[in-house]
Ligand binder design. Sequence first.
Ligand SMILES: Cc1cc2nc3c(=O)[nH]c(=O)nc-3n(C[C@H](O)[C@H](O)[C@H](O)COP(=O)(O)O)c2cc1C
Length: 173
Amino acid sequence: MAQYKEIKPEELSGNPFRLIGKDWMLVTAKKDNTINTMTASWGGMGVMWNKNVAVTVLRPQRYTKEFIDTSKRFSLSFYDDSYRKDMTYVGRVSGREEPGKITKTSFTPAEIDGVPYFEEANMVLICKKLYVQEMNPEGFMEDCKELDVQNYPNKDYHFMYVAEIEKILIKEA
Ligand SMILES: Cc1cc2nc3c(=O)[nH]c(=O)nc-3n(C[C@H](O)[C@H](O)[C@H](O)COP(=O)(O)O)c2cc1C
């Protein structure tokens, strides 16, 4: 089993714009005794209510959302480039239609404090949900309404989850 060491958020050396936006992350949660995961490239890391938080946005049709909604905690995990193909796969195929989707990848499920992630991760964030809110068209500024038109032709507005980053685990060499 892979070994991880815990670091403080202030010690994080990765750039969140690259980590999330360019390299992507997996959002993983457990429901009953099964896990589901999906790729995400939108979101953020920062500070809210004096807590270190990660922000993740999920469209309502994501099967992973059902898992997040029934769990107190979930993980965000990060991988090197050799897992790009697997990340693309779990970002294209839904666990609702393909229940064995994780087994079609090289990801090995593991758990930390009952929170699922994959052993291939080079960094794992254990996140505790604090706040969830559905985005809505009224929230866009008058001169930004095209963002609504471009991103939500099906009116499937993201649910924004703000979660406390309880642990940051970095894989030991
Ligand atoms: C690079 C990439 C980034 C994605 N980012 C997000 C995201 O931030 N939020 C979201 O809801 N879906 C995002 N998706 C889509 C989901 O990963 C995809 O719909 C996935 O199949 C959902 O799986 P599920 O239904 O098993 O949860 C992304 C997909 C890819 C390939």
